[in-house]
Design a binder for this molecule. Structure first.
Ligand code: DLZ
Length: 225
């Protein structure tokens, strides 16, 4: 049963036709890796194929708003050029990220030949539509200066601004943490056994699918719940 806090009872949406962008900061990698894993798990659960997920990274959270805006434009460029040519570099690099990252199912593949085959099939089935939603993931940890306050504020406002200007849902996956422990718990890897807390990445993946589906419906003048 859902508690008082949180988005209520889980709803399910079909994400199989969505294209989702993920941009994550690399600062505080242990926390970020787990959040990314949780995000991908929720996207997969909703049926979003790996080939429709593009993952990019930036050094720190401060870079997230610019990266969201630029990734969105890149997906629009792909959509415009896909009618005349093959899939371009961004999808290729998404597949590369998936293969290189700790979160990919493809990592379980046995041989180089199998990996290559999977890479080719992902490329050929990859969507080149503009992103239906973009998830921005970062973990800011408070230090002894005002740095944390300035970056938290700038990134929060920046992400809201780009989603309103671009007209694409941007999921707020920015943790603003008072200490490391809070981050580990919110990534589901807290406590002495490394399993305590709740992985907020799962919520962000689900929010991206819901907003992606609603955005599509609203654009067609339909309302769904
Ligand atoms: C510089 C910095 C610091 C001190 N802390 C963090 C952090 O906790 N989380 C994070 O995502 N990024 C941090 N950064 C890096 C900035 O976000 C940014 O990448 C640099 O200032 C370069 O623009």
């Amino acid at each position: 049963m859902a508690g008082i806090k949180g988005p209520g009872e889980a709803r399910s949406y079909d994400g199989s036709s969505l294209r989702i962008g993920i941009i994550h900061a690399r600062w505080n990698t242990q926390i970020i890796d787990s959040l990314l894993k949780g995000t991908l798990s929720a996207l997969h659960k909703a049926g979003v194929p790996d080939s429709n997920i593009t993952i990019q990274s930036v050094p720190g959270s401060y870079e997230l708003p610019y990266a969201v805006a630029t990734m969105h434009k890149a997906s629009q460029t792909q959509a415009a050029s896909s009618a005349v040519g093959p899939v371009g570099g961004f999808v290729g690099s998404a597949v590369g990220d998936l293969l290189g990252g700790s979160t990919s199912d493809l990592k379980g593949m046995d041989t180089a030949a199998e990996k290559q085959q999977e890479r080719e099939s992902l490329k050929s089935s990859a969507s080149t539509a503009p992103f239906d939603a973009i998830i921005a993931i970062g973990a800011l940890i408070k230090g002894s200066t005002m740095h944390f306050e300035y970056i938290s504020d700038a990134v929060s406002h920046g992400l809201m601004k780009v989603q309103m200007e671009l007209g694409v849902p941007v999921i707020f996956g920015l943790l603003t943490l008072l200490n490391e422990q809070q981050g580990l718990e919110r990534a589901g890897i807290g406590g002495s056994d490394g399993k305590q807390g709740h992985n907020h990445g799962e919520d962000w993946g689900s929010a991206a699918v819901e907003l992606g589906c609603k955005r599509k419906a609203w654009a067609e003048g339909r309302f769904i719940d």
